[in-house]
Design a binder for this molecule. Structure first.
Ligand code: XMP
Length: 504
């Protein structure tokens, strides 16, 4: 396995994923957790990027001991600078900070960059840079403003890149990870089936005779989590599906129908009114998220009391939920439901999140391994707080109905045109904006619906999809004609970053 030591960069779990794509198991741990290195005995170590500067008094640095283990090490961005600094090189603020796609050139023989095109584009994001390499290192790549964009010491097997090979914009990124895996001598025999088998075994050992409650939303994540738990503890698992009234049109009944066919203790709770009451008058997105997250937990607590003693609560939290809620030193973007949204007091022994380290497409793969139907495995993601974060401003029953109807029409038209298979996520949101329109001979002053569709595989970055115009215009026509209270339809052309996929 390869161990990723996390210095707090936004995209650090992507590094683990790039390693796993090479069929090598990989885990991410806090950079300060040196015990993990001793415990896991990795075949290779990756030091990640992060927002710190090696010279700051409170910055985390890899211990010198790490470089005496005889294990290949790859430093990325801050990790590269930290490696240079600890081994005796110099790091200083760069005259020109680089951000974004940058031309990089291979400037010498390199094991890490073996087979990489001499000139290619890499993703840079730094203000410091390496000025002098430590003894034993050779410079292997350069950009215009960063003459030491990569360095290596092949005798000790230390490698460093200033750019981010984990980000898709680094054209040769995959090749670089593949080379590092070879340098580490990893066997490349890890598969998703190993993840499933290991996780089931681990859950079985951990939970043994305990009672488990699973929060099932009908989405891919919680369904895969439920299937894993059902394999591990069988009838000790109860799955609770909370209809918080913020689901897509007809979704609650569909989910109930699908899961009634499963070998689970399935309970559906109708809590729509309860959520709406809590959300009355609330407009601030983070507060809405926290309220919905907290109310969810309260409902679960109540149901679990009816079931009897419950030891564990299972949640289908996946990695992008974790990172965007702020892990380690990364900045908080949104409090994702059931992560940052958790209240302080939770009436369970422990929360189990078996998918916490996986990306969405990895979760789908695990779902297939577990034999879940394609209908569930391929379902587009739907956020825990549901339409609550697709209605900008206050949530009311009328607005929920409005966005449900508009969304159902949009999805129907996209699916009818066969475009849905190419899209990672697409939905309608209700802007809090009303504007003037004309219908028949009368003036209207109604809401604008925003349609969104994105292309992405990791959901950390996304591009706005180019939906064919005829599909958009058919959906728009139907929405203004069929959904009372809407007189305008807008299409969201923004990518992530700088926008996010959801509106709140
Ligand atoms: P954003 O809006 O952060 O969304 O770009 C990225 C992906 O995460 C989903 N999302 C959530 N999923 N709980 C979830 O389970 C949440 O609180 C949440 N917020 C956003 C979103 O639908 C997209 O797929």
């Amino acid at each position: 396995m390869i161990l990723v030591m996390d210095f707090g960069g936004q995209y650090n779990q992507l590094i683990a994923r790039r390693v796993r794509e090479n069929n090598v198991y990989c885990e991410v741990h806090a950079a300060t957790n040196f015990d993990k290195v001793r415990e896991l005995k990795p075949e290779g170590i990756i030091l990640t990027g992060g927002p710190q500067s090696v010279y700051a008094t409170d910055s985390s640095l890899p211990p010198a001991e790490l470089f005496k283990l005889g294990v290949p090490i790859l430093g990325i961005c801050y990790g590269a600078q930290a490696m240079a600094y600890v081994l005796g090189g110099t790091v200083k603020p760069a005259r020109v900070s680089e951000y974004g796609k940058t031309d990089v050139e291979v400037v010498g023989a390199s094991r890490l960059l073996n087979g990489v095109e001499k000139k290619s584009v890499a993703w840079m994001s730094h203000t410091d840079r390496i000025f002098d390499v430590p003894a034993g290192f050779a410079v292997t790549a350069a950009s215009r403003d960063c003459p030491i964009a990569a360095m290596e010491d092949t005798t000790r097997n230390f490698y460093a890149v200033q750019f981010h090979p984990e980000v898709v914009h680094t054209v040769e990124g995959k090749k670089i990870f593949s080379n590092f895996v070879d340098i580490c001598g990893c066997a490349r025999d890890w598969k998703m089936s190993s993840f499933v088998a290991d996780t089931v075994a681990r859950l079985k050992a951990k939970i043994s005779g305990g009672k488990v409650l699973c929060a099932l939303s009908g989405g891919v994540d919680s369904s895969v989590a439920a299937a894993l738990l059902s394999k591990a503890v069988g009838k000790n698992l109860t799955c609770v599906f909370v209809d918080h009234g913020l689901l897509r049109k007809d979704e609650a009944s569909q989910v109930a129908e699908v899961f009634s066919g499963f070998d689970l203790n399935f309970i559906k709770v109708d809590a729509g009114e309860r959520f709406l009451n809590k959300l009355r008058g609330v407009v601030e997105p983070e507060r809405k998220r926290k309220i919905i997250g907290e109310e969810f937990i309260r409902v679960f607590e109540e149901v679990s009391k009816q079931i009897g003693a419950v030891d564990y609560l299972v949640q289908g939290t996946i990695y992008p939920d974790v990172i965007e809620s702020g892990l380690g030193k990364a900045a908080v973007i949104k409090s994702h439901h059931n992560v940052g949204g958790l209240p302080d007091f939770v009436d369970f022994k422990e929360i189990v999140e078996p998918l916490r380290m996986l990306f969405k497409d990895e979760v789908r793969q695990a779902g297939r391994e577990l034999g879940l139907p394609e209908q569930i495995v391929n379902r587009q993601p739907f956020p825990g707080p549901g339409l609550g974060i697709r209605i900008i401003g206050e949530v009311t029953a009328e607005k929920v109905a409005l966005v449900q109807d508009a969304d159902a029409i949009y999805r129907e038209e996209v699916a009818r045109a066969g475009v849905d298979k190419d899209l990672a996520q697409y939905f309608a949101a209700l802007t809090n904006m009303r504007s003037v329109g004309v219908m028949g001979d009368g003036r209207t002053y109604d809401y604008a619906i925003a349609l969104r569709a994105v292309l992405t595989s990791d959901f950390m970055t996304a591009e706005a999809a180019q939906i064919p115009w005829d599909v958009l215009s058919r959906a728009a026509n139907r929405i203004v004609n069929e959904v009372k209270g809407v007189n305008r339809v807008l299409y969201d052309c923004t990518s992530k970053p700088p926008a996010t996929i959801e509106f709140e």
